[in-house]
Ligand binder design. Structure first.
Ligand SMILES: Cc1cc2nc3c(=O)[nH]c(=O)nc-3n(C[C@H](O)[C@H](O)[C@H](O)COP(=O)(O)OP(=O)(O)OC[C@H]3O[C@@H](n4cnc5c(N)ncnc54)[C@H](O)[C@@H]3O)c2cc1C
Length: 512
């Protein structure tokens, strides 16, 4: 390999300092490599610090594989799913090992996966519950709404800092260098930098790139839910090196609000989280899995209607934060419009008292926005509006009052009977809309994080469209995620650790 044109030399270069980059950096270092970790932003953390910090684990490799196979519906080869399932059984030990750095308290909870499929009860979560003396929002001043993900990131950051890993912040990678059919380095900070053993792209997806989104997603617009720095750089760099792409249509998202002034708050505002649930078999009581916020109270005080005032979906699918946006994407060629973008959320006075409707979490030093406990500030801002009657609300929404009245009356009858005949929403989640004033607000599809990117094999090696390995190029984390059909909560963070570690071991030629 001609090394003379390089300004700098490392064994392994990792692009992106989120969980995937941190896991890869620590693992490559511990395998004996001289490591450079590049981060485009001035602060590390990416989307990772915004996350809830739930990392999926498994206690039964084969059962987890079966579940993953069913939920990926033929979009990901068995070998990748099998390697991932194997990694799920090893991740708790890795997190525990990492947590020793700052005496972090590790929690494990066994919780079913999101869908009632064979193998779904083989899963759990590992989390960092506490780090002595550490407070996410106080210590990570460049983000807000921070919690479990930030604690986990602090663990990884302390591990990176305790090793001889060179970290360059504010230094985007802008292109890969290919020599003799192999990726031999990259360009960053105006320098050509050699990566003797490989480059690992761990630079997230394309949440911050509406142009790339427009090419792959039907819904428009989709608001970015937490972080603007992931602009598809890894997708483009890999493509330029000959990579195939997969899962580009798939993003982890939901519906939520938009701030009226994008200069004040440019991100979509995700909903205050209600518990995920695992649907039961028909006729059985559904099981409520209150792992995240909200305890076991899964009553959702709102309904969602389109621009004509009609309900069109189950507002509370098993994993609201993942698939709830999907029904919004329908384009109506007749009217040449997206009649569901924006949609409207409707809550009555009792529902509004149940607590904050939104939960913004973001990584951006330039903004400062929190949702008020009583939703009053959002009414002042115009994110939410109020009307004393259905007629006035219909006027404010620009829809037919009779149609909206029928929708609400029908919903209230469903609530009385405990049966949503239109969209089969779970009875335990239903609340009537009956007490004025009515609160309503526009709802938009929101992308928490993307799943698509360069296709890779079970060793995290990037593949070209003919399935051949692009030597010296690896991928980790949500960039080129394995999830191609239905996502599993906690799966993206698991992928950061599993893929990051594997990519590092492969690049270093290390055994595990
Ligand atoms: C609110 C929220 C909650 C979530 N909760 C969970 C959860 O509990 N469990 C779970 O599994 N998943 C969760 N997710 C998803 C999960 O957080 C992400 O998928 C995951 O953190 C992505 O990690 P990553 O390391 O791949 O990317 P990131 O953490 O985004 O890191 C990528 C980094 O690469 C940098 N970068 C980009 N381009 C370049 C470049 N050209 N050069 C150098 N650096 C570059 C970026 O600035 C960024 O810092 C959540 C997501 C959101 C939004």
């Amino acid at each position: 390999m001609p090394m003379s044109n390089f300004d700098d030399h490392f064994d392994v270069i990792i692009v992106g300092y989120g969980f995937a980059g941190a896991a890869a950096a620590v693992s490559a270092h511990d395998a004996g490599a001289r490591v450079l970790l590049l981060e485009k932003a001035d602060n590390p953390g990416g989307i990772s610090i915004c996350s809830a910090g739930g990392v999926r684990i498994s206690r039964d490799l084969q059962a987890s594989f079966e579940y993953l196979k069913a939920t990926n519906a033929g979009t990901t080869p068995d070998a990748c799913l099998s390697a991932f399932a194997q990694g799920l059984t090893e991740t708790e030990a890795f997190i525990r090992d990492m947590a020793r750095i700052n005496n972090a308290e590790v929690g494990v909870r066994w919780a079913k996966a999101n869908y009632p499929l064979d193998g779904g009860d083989s899963f759990g979560f590992v989390t960092i519950n506490d780090i002595p003396g550490f407070e996410p929002e106080r210590d990570f001043t460049w983000g807000r709404g921070l919690r479990g993900g930030t604690r986990l990131f602090k663990v990884m950051q302390d591990n990176v800092a305790s090793r001889a890993i060179e970290v360059r912040l504010g230094t985007p990678a802008v292109g890969l260098i290919s020599e003799d059919g192999r990726i031999s380095g990259l360009i960053a900070g105006g320098k050509r930098i050699c990566a003797k053993q490989g480059v690992i792209l761990a630079c997230g997806g394309f949440e911050g790139d509406p142009t790339m989104q427009a090419q792959f997603w039907q819904a428009k617009p989709v608001l970015s839910g937490a972080y603007g720095g992931n602009t598809g750089d890894g997708v483009r760099m890999a493509q330029a090196a000959g990579a195939d792409l997969w899962h580009m249509w798939h993003f982890h998202g939901t519906y939520g609000f938009r701030h009226p002034d994008p200069d004040v708050y440019p991100y979509g505002i995700r909903l205050h989280r209600l518990p995920d649930w695992v649907p039961g078999k028909p006729g059985e009581e559904a099981e409520i899995n209150g792992f995240f916020s909200g305890g076991d109270d899964a009553r959702m005080p709102w309904i969602v209607v389109d621009q004509r005032g009609r309900r069109y979906m189950n507002e509370y699918p098993p994993y609201v934060q993942d698939t709830a946006h999907r029904a919004m994407s329908t384009f109506d060629p007749d009217t040449q419009s997206y009649a569901r973008i924006p949609s409207w959320m409707i809550v009555d006075a009792d529902g509004l008292k149940r607590g904050p409707l939104g939960f913004p979490a973001y990584n951006d030093p330039g903004v400062d926005f929190a949702w008020s406990d009583d939703n009053a500030a959002e009414l002042d801002l115009g994110i939410l509006k109020q009307a004393g009657s259905i007629e006035k609300m219909a006027h404010g929404m620009g829809c037919d009052a009779d149609l909206l009245g029928e929708t609400i009356q029908r919903w209230n009858t469903f609530c009385q009977n405990g049966h949503d005949r239109d969209h089969a929403r779970l009875p335990a989640t239903m609340l009537p809309i009956e007490t004025p004033p009515y609160t309503y607000g526009e709802l938009w599809p929101i992308c928490a994080n993307t799943q698509g990117g360069p296709r890779h094999d079970e060793r995290q090696r990037v593949l070209n469209p003919y399935g051949q390995v692009i030597e010296g190029l690896y991928v980790a984390g949500e960039l080129g995620s394995i999830f191609g059909h239905l996502y599993m909560s906690g799966g993206n963070l698991a992928e950061c650790f599993i893929g990051g570690r594997r990519a590092a071991f492969e690049a270093c030629g290390a055994t595990r």
